[in-house]
Design a protein around this ligand. Structure first.
Ligand code: ADP
Ligand code: 5GP
Length: 184
């Protein structure tokens, strides 16, 4: 089973993915996406993302190397390479995706029953703002862009196989663990 994690930015996707990677270190591996945004904080090329220039990204589009890609924010592209899924499956592991909501819906349509799509629901937009500000690695302008997108993203929750409410973190982990036990 492949798991696709989606949510408005700041809802806790990375936190949920980290929980699964820690709890099941031999079972899962996170698909590393390509992006044209600059590295944040301690991010390293080939670990959090493959950081590409816009020309390199366009070249990979032309070569049809992506399973899916999106202009997630104005001028910023993100995409999943076909070879990334092959790499993880060859290593005998199950793929985890952390992608934006549109990308997740596309991936689910492509992968069908091979994948379970999970929407991480934040308690409120105000709490999203607090979490993004608290994370301390995103500029105020980018925080506004991310919050502006959150409302339309929440409306797409209905397209997902499962929803995890990430209010209390411990409770969110329990919901996620139950989904994994039922589907893995
Ligand atoms: P995303 O990957 O969806 O952008 P993150 O996992 O980076 O979101 O979470 C955003 C911030 O909120 C992080 O600083 C994280 O530690 C914090 N966070 C995640 N879940 C909770 C929660 N249930 N309660 C409080 N803070 C949380
Ligand atoms: P961030 O800049 O915070 O790392 O990510 C911004 C958004 O882009 C997040 O919602 C993240 O899930 C999404 N994202 C990351 N990789 C991909 C990808 O390969 N495809 C799509 N469609 N979105 C992605």
């Amino acid at each position: 089973m492949i798991y696709i994690f989606c949510a408005p930015s700041g809802s806790g996707k990375s936190t949920m993915v980290r929980h699964l990677l820690t709890k099941y270190p031999n079972l899962f591996e996170l698909s590393i996406s390509c992006t044209t945004r600059a590295p944040r904080g301690e991010e390293v090329h080939g670990r959090e993302y493959y950081f590409l220039t816009i020309d390199e990204f366009r070249d990979r589009i032309k070569k049809d190397d992506f399973v899916e890609y999106e202009q997630v924010y104005e001028g910023l592209y993100y995409g999943t390479l076909k070879e990334e899924i092959e790499r993880i499956e060859k290593a005998g592991k199950q793929v985890l995706f952390d992608v934006d909501v549109k990308g997740g819906i596309n991936l689910k349509n492509i992968l069908g029953d091979r994948a379970t799509s999970i929407f991480i629901c934040p308690p409120s937009v105000e709490e999203l703002r607090r979490r993004l500000e608290g994370r301390g690695d995103t500029s105020p302008e980018m925080i506004e862009k991310r919050l502006a997108k959150a409302e339309t993203e929440m409306a797409d929750m209905k397209y997902f196989d499962r929803v995890v409410m990430n209010d209390d973190l411990h409770h969110a982990y329990e919901q996620l663990d139950a989904i994994i036990e039922q589907t893995k």
